[in-house]
Design a protein around this ligand. Structure first.
Ligand code: FES
Length: 201
C-alpha cells in the first residue's frame, strides 16, 4: 500500500506574515519600483513574483504581503499563485535538493513509496521548499529516464534503479548519498565519484 504524501501548505492569514520591516529596506523599495514599472497592474502578478524571487532568491512572506497590498490583490490569491507554480519557492533555498520522480513509469515501480520514505527519513514534507533546513525534497513528473525507474535526482545527479523492494539496500544507498536528517555530509559526492550516478538531469 502506498503511504499518503503530505498535504501542500495552506495559505497564511495576513496576521501570520511578518511585516515588511523585517525585510531589507532597499529590497522593499526595489519591489515597489518594479511593481510601478508594471503599472501596478494586478494581471502582472506572475511576472512581479518572478522578479521578486530573483531579488530575494525566494518569496519571503513579507514580500508576498507587499505584493498583495501594492497590486491591490487578496493575500490568499497571491499566496495561491506563488504556491501553485513549481518554479516559485516559498522558503529560502536549502543547501541540498533532491527530486523524486512520480511520473507513471517511476510511480508504478515504487516512486510513491520512495517519496514517503524520504519524507520520513529526512523529516520534511514533499514540495515544501524550506525542507528540513538542509535538504528540500520535490517531485518531478518525468526525467526521461523511464527505463531506469524509479529514479531520484540528488543535487543535480541522476540516481537510477532505486532498490525500493529491498529496504536494507535502499537505506544503505540513501545513507551513502547523504540523504539523512541533518546530514549534509559529502557522502553523496563520494558515492557518485565511484560511478553510481550518471550526472544527468
Ligand atoms: S517516469 Fe520517471 S523518468 Fe520517466
Amino acid at each position: 500500500m502506498i503511504a499518503p504524501l503530505s498535504a501542500p501548505p495552506s495559505a497564511p492569514s495576513r496576521a501570520d506574515l511578518p511585516p515588511e520591516a523585517d525585510l531589507p529596506a532597499e529590497a522593499v523599495e526595489r519591489t515597489s519600483r518594479l511593481i510601478r514599472q508594471h503599472g501596478s497592474r494586478s494581471d502582472a502578478l506572475i511576472e512581479v513574483l518572478h522578479q521578486v524571487q530573483e531579488l530575494y532568491g525566494y518569496l519571503p512572506p513579507g514580500a508576498l504581503a507587499q505584493v498583495a497590498r501594492e497590486l491591490k490583490l487578496p493575500l490568499a490569491q497571491v499566496f495561491g499563485v506563488a504556491s501553485f507554480y513549481h518554479l516559485f519557492r516559498l522558503g529560502a533555498p536549502t543547501a541540498h535538493r533532491c527530486a523524486v520522480c512520480l511520473g507513471t513509469a517511476c510511480f508504478v515501480k515504487g516512486g510513491g513509496e520512495l517519496a514517503a520514505r524520504l519524507e520520513r527519513r529526512l523529516g520534511l514534507r514533499l514540495d515544501d521548499a524550506a525542507g528540513n533546513g538542509t535538504w528540500a525534497l520535490e517531485h518531478v513528473s518525468c526525467l526521461g529516464a523511464c527505463g531506469q525507474a524509479p529514479v531520484l535526482v540528488v543535487d543535480g545527479h541522476l540516481e537510477p534503479r532505486l532498490p525500493v523492494d529491498d529496504p536494507a539496500a535502499l537505506d544503505a544507498l540513501l545513507g551513502a548519498l547523504g540523504l539523512s536528517a541533518n546530514d549534509a555530509s559529502d557522502a553523496g559526492t563520494d558515492a557518485r565519484a565511484d560511478g553510481s550516478g550518471t550526472g544527468a538531469r
